[in-house]
Design a protein. Structure first.
Lengths: 411, 411
DNA sequence: CCATATAGTTCAGGACATAAACTAAATGGC
DNA sequence: GCCATTTAGTTTATGTCCTGAACTATATGG
C-alpha cells in the first residue's frame, strides 16, 4: 500500500525543486488534458501541445512515457476529407481501473471504475451492518472485492488502486474509522490490505458524504467548482467541494452538517448535544415524527420508509408535517453553512433527494426567511446518485490522485 | 497595480512547466527558509542549504538573485571560539515594507509593516465613518497614507505593496466593497491607486475579520495551523485559517459567523434574516439588551460601551444577562462552525476579547451543552490584537505574497 | 506524380540543479 | 609566527529537460 494522497502531496511540496519536477508536473499536465477531453474526443499530440501550451517535442516525449506506463493508449483516427498526415488519437487506457467500495448501514457495495470515472461493473449486497462487527463486514466486503477482482482479470482490467467509503468519521492516514454511530462502530482499525491485496495498490478511506460529493462533482457543469453535498442517510453528512477539490478540513471531518445546531432548546442528539439538525431531519427523526415507530433494525427501517412515502403520497398527517419540519430545519442549517462556506450551490442526496417534492417548499421558505440575501442566488439541487454514488466517488478520487501524480507509475 | 494574489497564483499554476519554474520555486523556497528563521537568527548560505535540502551551489546562486532584488541583505556575523571560515548572515531586508491600512466604523488607520511582519510605524485617526461617504473616507486615508509614505522615505524604507481592510464583504479583484452595512456602504468601487500611487505596487483589499485572522496567525504557535478568528466589532465577522492559509471561500466571503442562525424564531436582523448571531451578540444588540439605548452614532456608542463595562464591573443587571446571552449564542454558533470547518481552536477578538470574563462562562456552558464531543478538545482563546490588528494582517499577507513569488522582483 | 497540409520526430541550444573539486577565511596547537 | 584543521562559499563538469527549428511521415487533391 502506498501512502495516501494527502501525505504524498505534502512530501512532494516539501521536496526541493529540481529539473525532474518539471517533468513530473508536465506529465500530470498532459494527462489532465487527455482526461479533460470529452468522452470520445480523441486528442492528438498536436492537440495536446496546443491545449497544454507545451511544444510538440515535449508532448511527444511525455506521451511516450505515459504510453509506457500504460496510463494512455493510442487509438486510430480516420478523418474523412482532411489533408495532411492523420493524427493518432490518445485516450486514457480503458483497461486501467480503480476499485471503489462502500460500507453503509444496510448494504455493502463494490465496483470497478475506469480512469475517466466511468463505472464498469459493480455489485451491491444487502447487509445489516449495524448488528455486525467490523471484521465480519470487512470479510464480506473482501469476498465481494475478490469477485470483482476476478471479473477484472477476466476482462483484462488492471486495478491500480482502491477507495472505501464509510458513513462516519475516518482517519485516512491510519485507515481507522473513528466514529460511525450508525454502524455502531468506534475506533475500528480496518485491515484494508485484505480488501485489495496487491502491494502496488494505492488505497484510501473516505467519509461517505465526501465520497458522494466527489461523485456528484462528475455530474455537475465544469464551471460549478464550488458546492456543498448534503447526504441524507441514517445520519446527515456533508461533503464540500471548493475550487473543484474536496475541502476536508484539518482532520478530514469538515462538512458535517448533521450536528449543526438549529434548535438551541431542542431534543437531545446521539452526539451528546442538543438541537442538532439530525434530531429533526435524520431518517429516524423523520420516521419518529411521522408516528412510524422507532425500531432501529434495517429490515424495519426499509418497511417504515416505505410507509412514510405511502403516507406522503396520500397526503396524510403527521408524515407531511414531519417532512416539512425537516425541510424547515434543513433550510436553517443550509443558510448557516452557505454563509460560513461561501457557497451558493447545495446538492441534496440520499433520502433528501427522494423526499424533494415534500421537503423543498419548506426548505426554500426557511432559507428565504433566515437568509434572504443569499436565497436569491442559491441553487438547491437534488442528486440522482444512487447506492453506487459513494463507491464511484471514492474510486474516482483515487483515480484522480493517480492522474495527478503519473510519475509514480512512469519508468 | 499588479494583479491580486489569487489570479497571479492561478496564472502560474496554469502555465506550462519549464525549467525556469524550478528556479521560481526555489527562490521562494530559500526566501521562506530565511523568513521562517527566528527574529534575529541569522542563517548562512550553508544553513539554508541544509534547511532547504538544496545544494550549497544552488543556494549561493539563488541568494545572489535575492540580494540583487533587495529582498535580502547580508549582515556580518561573529561567532566566538568556533573554527572555520565565518559565515555571512542573511536576513530579510529590513528596509523593505508594506503599507497596511484599515477603515473601520469609528477610525481609520495605516501603518508600515516590514517583510517579517513587524509593525514599524503606524497612525490611528478617530473618524466617524458611518456618516461619511466612501470618497471622503478614502481622501482622509489617502492623507494618512501620504504621511506614512513620507516617514518611510525619511527612514529609507521602500514600500513594496499595500493592503486595506474594511469591515464588510469585498471583491478583491475589482477593489470593490460589496456590502459594509456598518459603514452604510454598498457597492463602492475604491480608487486604491490614490491610496498608494506607485505603479509598481501590489495592493490587496481584505475583509477586516480575515485580515485580523492573518495578524492573529503571527501570534500563534507555528504548529497551530488551523483556527477560526471571530471578530466582535459593530458586526461579527470571522476569518478562517486552514493549513496556515486563509480560507476565503469562492467569493472571499467565507467565515461570516455573524449571520449563522442561532434562534430560528429570533429577532429580525439587518441582513433581512432572522435569529442571526449578530442579533444577540453584536455590539448594538448587547447594548440594547443591557438597556443602554439604541443610538447609532460613534460618539454615543463609545460612551455606552463604557457604561456597559461599568455595569458589568458592578455586577448590575440587565448588563450581566445581556452579555451572558451573547455568550450562550456565541457558544452555539461556534459549535456549528467548529463542526462545519473541523477546527478545534477559536480565537475571539474585538469586544468579545474585552468581555471575556463575563462572556466565557456562558459560552463554554453552551458549547458543552450543544457539542460535548468537541467541547473537550476545543481551545477558546482571546486575542490581544488591538486597533492595529487588521492593518498588520493585511500588510503581512501582502508581504507573504511577495515572499512567495520573489521571481516577480528578481532580475 | 507532385504540391500542399498536417502530424510527429530529431537535434542543437540554453537554463538549471547537482556533486565534487576548489578557494577563502577563520581557530588553535606548536 | 606558522601550519593543520575546520567550516563557508564558489567554480566546474555533467545530466535532465524544455524549446524552437529543421526534418521526416503521411495523408488529400489536382
Amino acid at each position: 500500500m502506498r501512502q495516501p494522497a494527502s501525505s504524498a502531496r505534502a512530501a512532494s511540496s516539501s521536496a526541493p525543486g529540481n529539473v525532474g519536477d518539471v517533468r513530473k508536473a508536465n506529465l500530470a499536465r498532459v494527462l489532465s488534458v487527455i482526461a479533460g477531453a470529452g468522452e470520445d474526443q480523441r486528442l492528438s499530440r498536436a492537440d495536446i501541445a496546443q491545449l497544454s501550451q507545451l511544444t510538440k517535442a515535449s508532448v511527444s516525449s511525455l506521451v511516450a512515457d505515459l504510453l509506457a506506463a500504460g496510463l494512455v493508449i493510442e487509438i486510430g483516427v480516420h478523418r474523412d476529407g482532411e489533408r495532411g498526415r492523420p493524427s493518432v488519437g490518445l485516450i486514457l487506457n480503458p483497461a486501467r481501473c480503480v476499485m471503489g467500495m462502500e460500507i453503509n448501514v444496510d448494504y455493502i457495495a463494490a465496483g470497478l471504475v475506469d480512469l475517466s470515472g466511468k463505472l464498469l461493473a459493480h455489485e451491491i449486497l444487502p447487509s445489516a451492518n449495524h448488528s455486525s462487527t467490523a471484521s465480519e463486514v470487512l470479510a464480506a466486503l473482501g469476498e465481494l472485492s475478490q469477485r470483482l477482482q476476478a471479473a477484472a482479470r477476466a476482462q483484462g482490467l488492471m486495478i491500480l488502486g482502491g477507495g472505501l467509503a464509510v458513513p462516519g468519521l475516518v482517519n485516512e492516514e491510519r485507515y481507522t474509522v473513528l466514529q460511525a454511530p450508525n454502524l455502531g462502530w468506534e475506533r475500528q482499525d480496518l485491515d484494508v490490505a485484505a480488501l485489495l491485496p496487491d502491494a502496488k495498490t494505492r488505497f484510501r478511506l473516505f467519509n461517505e458524504a465526501n465520497a458522494s460529493a466527489l461523485a456528484q462533482q462528475q455530474l455537475m457543469d465544469v464551471k460549478e467548482r464550488d458546492f456543498l453535498f448534503v447526504s441524507g442517510e441514517v445520519g446527515i453528512g456533508g461533503g464540500l467541494i471548493i475550487d473543484a477539490e474536496l475541502f476536508a478540513g484539518p482532520q478530514g471531518h469538515a462538512g458535517e452538517l448533521g450536528h449543526v445546531v438549529i434548535a438551541p432548546e431542542g431534543r437531545a442528539c446521539s452526539c451528546g448535544g442538543r438541537g442538532c439538525l439530525e434530531t429533526i431531519a435524520g431518517q429516524e427523526a423523520i420516521l419518529a415524527a411521522a408516528d412510524l415507530g422507532a425500531m432501529v433494525d434495517s429490515a424495519s427501517r426499509q418497511r417504515r420508509i416505505h410507509q412514510l412515502f405511502q403516507a406522503l403520497e396520500t397526503g396524510t398527517e403527521p408524515a407531511l408535517s414531519a417532512v416539512a419540519e425537516a425541510g424547515k430545519s434543513l433550510g436553517i442549517a443550509v443558510a448557516s453553512a452557505m454563509r460560513l462556506y461561501d457557497v451558493s450551490t447545495v446538492v441534496f442526496g440520499g433520502h433528501f433527494a427522494a423526499l424533494e417534492q415534500w421537503l423543498r417548499p419548506a426548505m426554500e421558505a426557511s432559507l428565504q426567511m433566515h437568509a434572504p440575501s443569499i436565497a436569491g442566488q442559491a441553487r438547491l439541487l437534488c442528486s440522482p446518485l444512487g447506492q453506487t454514488g459513494a463507491l464511484v466517488g471514492a474510486a474516482r478520487s483515487v483515480a484522480g490522485d493517480l492522474l495527478e501524480a503519473p510519475h509514480q507509475l512512469v519508468g
